[in-house]
Design a binder for this molecule. Structure first.
Ligand SMILES: [Zn+2]
Length: 348
């Protein structure tokens, strides 16, 4: 009799525990589902948080040539240099100092014999990461464009082309020097690293828009001095040109929101910056500070999530592509590009 009562009580106790656990788990799941704030949900968005850009100028040249020639010769297989570079990055871990010509040759052979990039890369873990990263850096560099040319009887006409449609930030026929100074330490203000490439040249050297885009920031900045920031039309790149000339930093009428075309004169090389006060020359050696920031999500525009890449190899690569200028206005001494340019993404 005593044994039976104990057994019965144990059954009831067990039942009560199960019911309590069920109720508790229901409450817990309800609370969890309803306490997640919208901002927390937004943070879960998947986008690239960091990029180390380590493609050498020679790898850029080789893949660009394959891309451009295959289009201009209307070859059966047309290459996309960003796809080629992303594939090679999977072989060398993104460090193109380890580039092997045979990797590129065998990829080209495979593509020529009918394979597609998507077939060849479908099982490679990091291909999409490299493709998206390199597309953010180089997405506006190759494509269709029109450029003004002078024909034999001196008349100017627009000629359609496929090729490099980005320009070196220093105008044609102006000297400059540079070395890979990305990540060097800087002491003005607070201890920080150098997030660009310094192009040393003479004061007044016309500065060229590398790519078409929209003027996002213009004016004085304590570090950059007179500076201009231009966002690419696909919104993934922010070009930063700093330390522009005292008194006359910018090309006439350059203003926020304005569209500039690749190869346009945007300003003049100088030595302004390192001062809270405006229009002060506090930089020792005249130079253009040139930088590129990648933006995969607007939360990366300002603050600790910024991604700046080393543009040294890009400057080396662009040395062959320069915009010729002339003094357009004798009074203001403003320069303008000599040969007009047009690309479809730029609405005029
Ligand atoms: Zn700099």
């Amino acid at each position: 009799m005593i044994i039976r009562t104990v057994k019965l009580n144990l059954k009831i106790l067990f039942f009560l525990i199960i019911v309590t656990l069920l109720i508790m788990s229901l409450i817990l799941s309800y609370v969890l589902a309803n306490t997640e704030a919208p901002s927390q949900k937004a943070e879960k968005k998947d986008f690239i948080k960091w990029v180390d850009f380590k493609i050498t100028s020679s790898a850029l040249e080789k893949t660009a040539k394959l891309d451009i020639d295959s289009h201009n010769n209307n070859e059966k297989v047309k290459y996309n240099w960003i796809e080629l570079l992303a594939y090679l990055a999977c072989k060398n871990g993104g460090d193109f100092k380890k580039f092997k010509q045979k990797d590129l040759d065998s990829l080209i052979e495979k593509l020529k014999s009918g394979n597609t990039i998507s077939n060849l890369t479908k099982d490679i873990k990091y291909y999409n990461y490299y493709y998206e990263s390199y597309n953010a850096v180089l997405g506006g560099f190759i494509g269709d464009y029109q450029i003004e040319v002078v024909n034999s009887n001196g008349a100017k006409t627009m000629e359609k082309k496929y090729g490099i449609k980005a320009f070196l930030p220093i105008a044609k026929n102006y000297n400059f020097s540079h070395y890979d100074d990305f990540g060097n330490s800087r002491s003005y203000g607070f201890k920080r690293t150098h997030l660009g490439n310094d192009l040393m040249g003479s004061i007044g050297t016309p500065i060229i828009a590398v790519e078409s885009g929209i003027v996002e920031n213009i004016g004085w900045n304590q570090y950059g001095g007179w500076r201009v920031g231009i966002r690419s039309l696909d919104t993934k790149r922010y070009y930063y040109y700093a330390h522009l000339r005292k008194d006359h930093p910018y090309s006439e009428e350059l203003e926020k929101g304005q569209i500039v075309k690749a190869g346009d004169v945007i300003g003049y090389l100088g030595m302004t910056g390192y001062s809270i006060k405006e229009n002060v020359n506090n930089i020792n050696v005249p130079h253009l500070h040139f930088g590129m920031q990648l933006i995969f999500d607007e939360s990366q525009v300002d603050g600790s999530n910024e991604i700046w890449i080393d543009v040294y190899n890009i400057v080396e690569f662009l040395k062959k592509y320069r915009s010729e200028v002339y003094m357009e206005n004798q009074e203001t001494k403003d320069y303008a590009r000599k040969f007009d340019f047009y690309e479809d993404s730029v609405m005029e």
